[in-house]
Design a protein around this ligand. Sequence first.
Ligand SMILES: C[S@@+](CC[C@H](N)C(=O)[O-])C[C@H]1O[C@@H](n2cnc3c(N)ncnc32)[C@H](O)[C@@H]1O
Length: 467
Amino acid sequence: MTTPMTPMRTLWYMGAKTRLCEEFIDGAVRDLVSPGATILDACAGTAAVGRWFAGDYRIFANDAQMFSSEIARAHLEVTHEWSQELDLLEPESDLATAREANLALLEKEYANALNLEEQLLKRILSGNGKDEEALSEYREFCSASPVPFQKCSVSSGEGESGSMEDPFQSIRGRLTELLNQRRSDRTLTPAMMCTAYWGQVYFGLRQSIVIDSIRHAIDNIPMESRFCKEKKSLYLAALLHAVSVSTSGTSHFAQPRSVDKDSELLAVVKRRSIDIEEQFELALDAIRREVLERPRLSGNKVFCSDVLQLLCEESPLTGESVDLVYLDPPYTSDNYSRFYHVLETLALYDYPELQCRGDELTKGRYPVRENRFSSEFCSGSRVEGAFRTVAEGCVRIGAKLLISYSGDTGLLTRKWQREGHDQPAARLREVMLEYFSSVEVREQQLMHSGQGDTNKPVQELLLLCEV
Ligand SMILES: C[S@@+](CC[C@H](N)C(=O)[O-])C[C@H]1O[C@@H](n2cnc3c(N)ncnc32)[C@H](O)[C@@H]1O
């Protein structure tokens, strides 16, 4: 048995189990299945749990979100041949040419705005947020940023840049046409989705053009080159990490941070000064190190599916043998597809149609709702059914089930509390006992670090279900 280590934190992610692997989940898994067995991390998120066990167990990982499965793939689908190549990998030889070409085109398109951004970021940082004039110029600069897609754009003062000469003049009138062309042909250069959709919203302008350029370079690794698929997953996982830790929003993408208050603006400017390429390289090194230090067992696989479908009779899992399903679903009605839409859209890179409220784009710049995954675990009326479907599926494939859930703040446990059950954890156990002959509940008090509830203890549950 190799000694597990705390895996790198791949993303800023709500509900990531990085902290809980060692102190809580490890013991439960080892009580249920012996090393060498196959574990399906069914709602993998950052893949923290699958990665924790990957030295001793064969891991299948799944998530409904494509960005999560790409991260899992980079960390888990590592054959012996690929790990040998990883040791020698030279990312610059794979990426530099296409990245620099895209960067040069975008630098030309946005030349004035990039110059202005560089000056303003410097002035604000060197004055530590006290240079009033620089702060107000930066606000003006942010609101001058062109909003993509004219038909629903005309938002707060676009194009009315007050005393400032329009730094986006050269691109403003052509932006919608450029984006429409790219919707029909995603290979057109310069790749510019991040810059157009999220520049000055979740990232600075320089950051956005670097993100677009690295993403474009990843897509341009020739299909026929050796380890093309593995390289694309690895580089994309590293880029997702870089983007996640560099956003000028909070730790997620449900809303951009407002720059109305000086202190908020300074915080945004600090984040917009983060070097994306440096974060990308750091993430790349961390993934390589983790994977090389703990060689993976053969046969790991990653799926990108609704777990309710994955556990159905006809699914990509058919014919595979799974010993333990680890289920860590969303705990609340907040769909991950809304909180992390930027990561999903960056993974898809498809210039999606954006949601409007009335005639204006939403502040969060979400893709239209139909294109975002909606989880049954986030629906009050369907969440119990979702747990039951997973239990049924596990019994059908002969797998044990380990569930992570919240005893007091979960959508289902709160619903039961409201309905008069004073012990919702016991109620969840009863439901599982309809499918399994033995269900053990373990509890841990945890300090919550989610939105708004910081420092409130919550009850973290594990249910160990065996036939
Ligand atoms: C609590 S997070 C999992 C965190 C993960 N254990 C970690 O340590 O990073 C829940 C995950 O479930 C995924 N998800 C939600 N509903 C799903 C479904 N029906 N099928 C598959 N994945 C789902 C979300 O995309 C999210 O990544």
